[in-house]
Write a protein that binds this ligand. Structure first.
Ligand SMILES: Nc1ncnc2c1ncn2[C@@H]1O[C@H](COP(=O)(O)OP(=O)(O)OP(=O)(O)O)[C@@H](O)[C@H]1O
Length: 317
């Protein structure tokens, strides 16, 4: 459905995404993981034609075989309504506080499908049922502040589904929710993707949620894809030093106590440098535990789905 090659998102000299390539087949479930600032959201927004005004986007992006690089806002709007939808971290911010949630979900059906108010509300009701909102008929008439955070996210998922998109991009959809609700929203997105044959791009730094929701994964660092592959394979047997560090830093209940004492959670030393201070070679150079002379200066080749000089030489990170 979507083919991206060498997509870069630049803010002047600062490269938020460098040469990302990926293919999204109908019904695929792809996770994008990485620390804050690694370019996950910028990649998702670029696929929607919604990059910030200050961004320069280069590279090729085809949707259903149509080249969208340089497309007009009008073309993007048409595509967004019917093919690609996105949900975000903070559901309250994405809903109009003065509108009943039923009317919010009915609106795109009226605008894009030409339905009358009653027919659009009937479809909204069916969507509310599909996303598991309790007492869906009563929900239609409520305002965002009258329902819980998890229910608000379900309303936004219903809104995203209104025009039957082929791809749903979920950008940190569970970060603002408590653990139980987050788990149920993750399950809902996975079920919807399977039942509707709708592709799902699940952007998150919650590796457990990504493990549940996706079958493929892309790990990003400093705007570059450092490792990709089947989710289970990458999470069970990470190869890139950054992926290894990310997994080691994941809090796990069984890892917090060892022989009765609290074990410190390992962290990746240092912080992600600002975009204009990233090394020209491997962007993880400087924080990586294994460094070769060429790491900081030469771009690492991609070998067996990981971009790393050491792995390319046959070493194990
Ligand atoms: N309008 C902008 N102008 C300049 N730089 C920007 C702008 N928007 C984003 N950036 C930069 O682009 C980089 C990538 O940001 P992005 O939001 O994609 O990261 P992320 O991986 O999604 O992080 P998070 O998990 O915090 O959302 C960041 O360094 C950010 O500062």
């Amino acid at each position: 459905m979507i083919d991206v090659s060498n997509l870069s998102v630049n803010f002047g000299p600062a490269q938020a995404v460098r040469d990302a390539s990926l293919t999204i087949a109908p019904g695929a479930r792809i996770g994008i993981v990485g620390e804050s600032g690694s370019g996950k959201s910028m990649l998702g927004l670029a696929l929607m034609g919604m990059s910030p005004d200050a961004a320069q986007v280069t590279g090729s992006l085809t949707v259903d075989g149509t080249q969208m690089a340089g497309a007009s806002e009008r073309d993007w709007r048409r595509l967004r309504a019917r093919r690609i939808a996105m949900i975000f971290q903070e559901p309250m911010a994405a809903l109009n506080p003065l509108r009943r949630v039923g009317d919010t979900v009915a609106e795109p059906l009226r605008v894009h499908e030409g339905l009358g108010r009653e027919a659009a509300l009937d479809r909204a009701l069916a969507l509310f049922k599909e996303v598991g909102l309790p007492d869906p008929a009563a929900r239609l008439r409520q305002f965002p502040h009258e329902i819980s955070g998890g229910q608000r996210q379900r309303v936004l998922i219903a809104l995203a589904l209104a025009c039957n998109p082929g791809l749903l991009i979920a950008d940190e959809p569970t970060t603002a929710l408590d653990a139980n609700v987050a788990l149920r929203i993750t399950e809902l997105l996975t079920d919807l993707s399977v039942k509707r044959q709708m592709a799902l791009m699940f952007i998150s730094h919650d590796l457990t949620a990504v493990a549940r929701a996706t079958t493929e994964i892309m790990v990003m660092y400093g705007g570059t894809v450092v490792e990709r592959g089947p989710t289970a394979e990458v999470l069970n047997a990470p190869r890139h030093p950054y992926t290894k560090g990310l997994l080691a830093a994941r809090p796990r209940p069984e890892g917090l106590r060892q022989s009765g004492t609290r074990r410190r959670l390992p962290t990746i030393p240092g912080t992600v440098p600002p975009l204009d201070k990233l090394p020209p070679g491997c962007r993880f150079a400087g924080r990586c535990p294994v460094e070769l002379p060429q790491c900081a200066t030469e771009r690492p080749p991609v070998v067996a789905n990981a971009a790393c000089h050491l792995l390319a030489q046959g070493g194990a990170a």
